[in-house]
Design a protein around this ligand. Structure first.
Ligand code: CTP
Length: 412
C-alpha cells in the first residue's frame, strides 16, 4: 500500500531499541509519508532529536509546555494531524501511563487527545513484559482499540533471551503499510444515522431517549478508516465529529428523515444506528405549556421508519439496521431483518449488566440472510471496526454478484 502523503506521528520512548527508529523514518520518508517525531525525555538519552529532525525534515517535538514548540503546531492540532500514531519503542512505563490516562508529557497527552489509531511496538526485558501488571495494561489497551506490534522473542539488550524485542524497522514499516491498506471501502458513499431524536412537546420540553450516539460515531470513524466517504446524520449528542466525517446535526425524527432523504442519491450503504423516536407529539405547543392542577395527556402519532423506507426504495443502498432488544435477541433481530427488508442487522441486548446505551462497551450479534456472527463485549470503537469489517465483506459480495449478474445480462 502506498504511504504517499500519509501523516504518521512517530512517538519514541526511552528504550535502547530507539536507536533503530532512524531507519524506520528513512523508510517512511522514502515511501512519501509525512513524518513528525515526538520524543520523551528518556528517548533523547538513546537517540538525538537532531538525528530525527534531519531524517524527518520536520522539527522534533519534546515539550508540552514550550511556547516556541507549541507555536509551530499546538499539541491538539498535532494529535489531529496524524492519520496514525506509532509509538516505537514503547516502554513498560509508557504502556502503564497510557492505560491510566496519564498525560504528564507531550507524548502521553497526544495519545489521550488523539482520535486516530494508535499502534504500539513494545520493547522491554522479557520478565517485565510477562509481569501481570504489564499484561493487564496490554489487555486494557487492546480493549481501548490500541493495536500491538510485537514484542517478538529473541536476544535482548540486557543480555537475556525472551519475548521483549521490538519489531525490526522493516516489519514496522510493513505494519504501517498494512494499516493503510485496509481501505476496502474506498470510494463507497456511506450514510449513517446516530444518537437519539428529540420530539418537541413545547419549546422547552421534549420526548427523548438515552442513546449516547457513541456506537454510531464509532461506526462513522470505522467506515472512514475503511476508506468510505461518510455522512453522519446525528441527533442531539455531545460528541466530537470523527476526523474525515461530514456531519449533519438534526433534532427530531422528521428532520433526520429529511436529511437522510437529501443524502440518498449516490448513497451505496446506509447504516441506521440512531435510536429514532417511534412517535411524535401531534401539534406540539408553540408556547411553553403552563402547569395546571389536572391530568394532561399528549396525543402521539407514529414517525416514519427511516430505515424501512430507505430499504423499501426502488433501488435501495445496502442497508445495515440495529436492533436493541431486552429478550429473544436472535428471533426479534431476524424478524426485523425480514420485515424491514435489510441486508444485515446488528442486534444487542439492552438492560444487560454492561453494554448498551451510554456505555463504553457493547456486544453484538450480526445477522444476515445466510449467516450470523457474535462479536463479544468490547470497547465500542473496536467493536465498530469488527462490524465494519463484516459489513464491508457482505456489501462487496452483494455488489460483485449484482455486477456479475449485470455482466451476464449484458452478454445475452
Ligand atoms: N429506525 C429508523 N427509524 C425509525 C425507527 C427505527 O430508522 N423511525 C431504525 C433504527 O435506527 C434501527 C432499526 O430501525 O436501525 C431498529 O429499530 P427499532 O426501533 O428497534 O425497531 P422497531 O421496528 O421500532 O421495533 P420495536 O420497537 O418493536 O423493537
Amino acid at each position: 500500500m502506498n504511504l504517499q502523503g500519509k501523516n504518521i506521528l512517530l512517538g519514541i520512548t526511552g528504550g535502547i531499541a530507539a536507536y533503530k527508529i532512524p531507519e524506520l523514518v528513512r523508510l517512511l520518508k522514502k515511501a512519501g509519508a509525512n513524518v513528525r517525531v515526538v520524543m520523551t525525555h528518556a528517548a533523547q538519552q538513546f537517540v538525538t532529536p537532531l538525528t530525527m529532525q534531519s531524517l524527518s525534515g520536520e522539527p522534533v517535538r519534546t515539550e508540552l509546555m514550550d511556547p516556541e514548540q507549541e507555536s509551530t503546531m499546538g499539541h491538539i492540532e498535532l494529535a489531529r494531524w496524524a492519520d496514525v500514531i506509532l509509538i516505537a519503542p514503547a516502554t513498560a512505563n509508557f504502556l502503564s501511563q497510557m492505560t491510566h490516562g496519564i498525560a504528564n508529557d507531550l507524548l502521553t497527552t497526544l495519545c489521550l487527545a488523539a482520535d486516530s489509531e494508535i499502534i504500539v511496538a513494545p520493547a522491554m526485558n522479557h520478565v517485565m513484559w510477562r509481569h501481570p501488571a504489564t499484561q493487564v495494561n496490554v489487555e486494557t489497551l487492546k480493549g481501548f482499540g490500541v493495536q500491538f506490534e510485537g514484542p517478538v522473542p529473541g536476544d535482548l539488550a540486557c543480555g537475556e533471551t525472551g519475548q521483549g524485542r521490538m519489531q525490526e524497522p522493516e516489519e514496522l514499516f510493513v505494519a504501517l503499510q498494512h494499516y493503510f491498506s485496509q481501505s476496502i471501502l474506498s470510494g463507497v458513499n456511506v450514510v449513517i444515522t446516530a444518537g437519539p431524536t428529540y420530539e418537541a412537546i413545547d419549546p422547552v420540553r421534549f420526548i427523548g431517549n438515552r442513546s449516547s450516539g457513541k456506537m454510531g460515531f464509532a461506526l462513522a470513524e470505522a467506515f472512514v478508516r475503511a476508506g468510505a466517504n461518510v455522512s453522519l446524520v446525528a441527533g442531539p449528542v455531545s460528541l466530537d465529529t470523527p476526523q474525515g466525517v461530514k456531519r449533519y446535526d438534526v433534532e427530531s425524527a422528521e428532520q433526520m428523515s429529511n436529511q437522510v432523504s437529501s443524502l440518498l442519491s449516490g448513497c451505496d450503504l446506509f447504516a441506521a444506528c440512531a435510536a429514532v423516536a417511534d412517535y411524535r407529539v401531534v401539534d406540539s405547543a408553540q408556547q411553553k405549556i403552563k402547569k395546571q392542577d389536572r391530568e394532561m395527556s399528549l396525543q402521539l402519532i407514529p414517525n416514519e421508519d427511516i430505515l424501512a423506507s430507505v430499504a423499501g426504495e426502488g433501488n435501495p443502498p445496502f442497508t445495515l439496521g440495529f436492533a436493541a432488544e431486552t429478550e429473544n435477541l436472535l428471533e426479534y433481530a431476524q424478524a426485523k431483518l425480514e420485515r424491514k427488508k435489510l441486508d444485515v442487522i446488528a442486534a444487542n441486548l439492552v438492560g444487560a449488566e454492561e453494554g448498551g446505551f451510554g456505555a463504553e462497551k457493547n456486544a453484538l450479534t450480526v445477522v444476515w440472510n445466510e449467516g450470523k456472527v457474535s462479536l463479544p463485549m468490547q470497547n465500542k470503537k473496536k467493536l465498530a471496526r469488527e462490524l465494519v469489517d463484516i459489513v464491508a465483506r457482505l456489501y462487496l459480495q452483494k455488489k460483485n454478484n449484482t455486477e456479475n449478474y449485470r455482466l451476464i445480462q449484458g452478454l445475452k
